[in-house]
Design a protein. Sequence first.
Length: 340
Amino acid sequence: MYSSGTTGLPKGIVHTHYVRAMYCTLFASSFRINPESIVLHAGSIVFNGCMVDLMPWMFVGGTYVLHESFDAGRVIEDIARWKVTHIVLVPAQITAILDHPSYTPEKLASLEMLHNLGAPLHVRVKERINAELPGRFYELYGLTEGFMTVLDKHDSIRKLGSVGCPPPFMQISIRRDDDSECAPGEVGEICGKSPCMMPGYYKRPDLTAKAIRGGWLYTGDAGYLDKDGYLFLVDRIKDMIITGGVNVYPFDIEKVVAGHPAVREAAVFGVADEKWGEAPVASVTLKAGAGVSPAELVAWTNARVDAKFQRIKDVVIYDEFPRNVAGKTLKREMREQYGK
């Protein structure tokens, strides 16, 4: 199974039959999928995210409704038509459904699970889901390489902003640069152990040795655990912006930008800056019929970020973000296109 290539070239990730068996059993248990469940999948089945619902459905022998591509209106109507109980989506798909003219909570009333994966869903969207579709929201943080956390529907309000905790038989550790373990609330690299872990990258022992050390998978993502062991994702370490010698995580700024009433999606990345070394730039897509200028959005955001070093340099407005086949936003393409 190849990685989605959001930060570089895709890597071949070896999955054994045992790993797939763990997908079947652990996810069926975590998501409460049983033989009476009806699962809808809208879009590509060539990336690992689809295995999160396909494998447990196949294991329990439920019903699977497969769309050849994602269309928000069709998803809404088919959930109502087939009385779908479980659906897994990426953030852009969730927002497209909630903002679609035909959406009503009643049409999605059959859902027992509305599940987000691929990237963190902004808190304002989670709050809307919990208000309009209570008791249904799940979120998964995970890597194709084989470590996951799951935010259960019963935790989605009391642990708002978290991406959950490891399912049974998985372990998590937050590590400092010197490989020591972080205290609760302290940001470090997310590491995990799991029966879903890959044996290694296909024909790349060099990359395997960097990713798996001492039996732990080093994810390349930054986060912290609260006192109860729930994971809060900060950002990809590779996406971190160093401005004036200070580490800035794009997700902290994205949360602010996404709060503007005209903004549908936000993505922040770093660009070269003569004075600061790097400076944050925000890309956005706007809600239908909404309008705001880049200068207005820069001023609005910079008045609301937590610190001066989080202030953005510029805003780029897209009709749609560049995405890979998994639906993930490609920040590296935005960075490469910026200023051209």
